[in-house]
Design a protein around this ligand. Sequence first.
Ligand SMILES: Cc1cc2nc3c(=O)[nH]c(=O)nc-3n(C[C@H](O)[C@H](O)[C@H](O)COP(=O)(O)O)c2cc1C
Length: 207
Amino acid sequence: MSTSFHFYEPRQGHGLPHDPFNAIVGPRPIGWISSRDKAGILNLAPYSFFNAFNYVPPIVGFASIGWKDSVRNIEETGEFCWNLATRPLAGQMNQTCAAVPPETDEFALSGLTPAPSRTVGVPRVLESPVSMECRLSQLIQLQGADGGKVPTWLVLGEVVGVHIDRALLKDGVYDTAAAQPILRGGGPADYFTIGPEQLFRMFRPQL
Ligand SMILES: Cc1cc2nc3c(=O)[nH]c(=O)nc-3n(C[C@H](O)[C@H](O)[C@H](O)COP(=O)(O)O)c2cc1C
């Protein structure tokens, strides 16, 4: 147990060369979000402030720092898809974060193929081994502890359809590591991926 801790209050600054927040709360799964605007123009962008929040019904969510095209589209149509970003797709995932005008289709920009969804009008990424079709359930503007509004929006969606590459189902059980998901660390460029060597099992205590 260490007796020396760096302590900081974020509103007063972290006092370190880089803000450690992202590196500490990490690695984070990536919400690779496809959406479509009213006119039908497609959009694809990565969001690492992303996670799952509920089992039944399954709910996923991501936070957009600023009112970005993905949020605007999802507010307009009420739909989006989450696509799994994997090690083989890392370079193309990165291309889709480019700050391009709303009329630019990031599928075309990154050489990815839009595949029709079953339950929503927004396409998924064909090359991704797992996609979830989602319907917007809540769109929440974040606020600080003082109640002051923050220019960040949390987009929550109910998962209404799931596509899984059968190669990732071993005897019907989804193999997380086999998908080679990529996860975001801190700093400008840190990512992690996982393999079977990171797996350990621990069951809950039986009372
Ligand atoms: C791995 C990765 C994770 C990102 N996570 C976020 C995030 O959580 N929130 C956010 O607002 N932007 C995030 N960005 C930046 C957005 O992807 C970028 O602003 C993008 O242009 C937004 O696209 P859109 O305007 O088409 O929605 C991330 C970028 C990368 C490469």
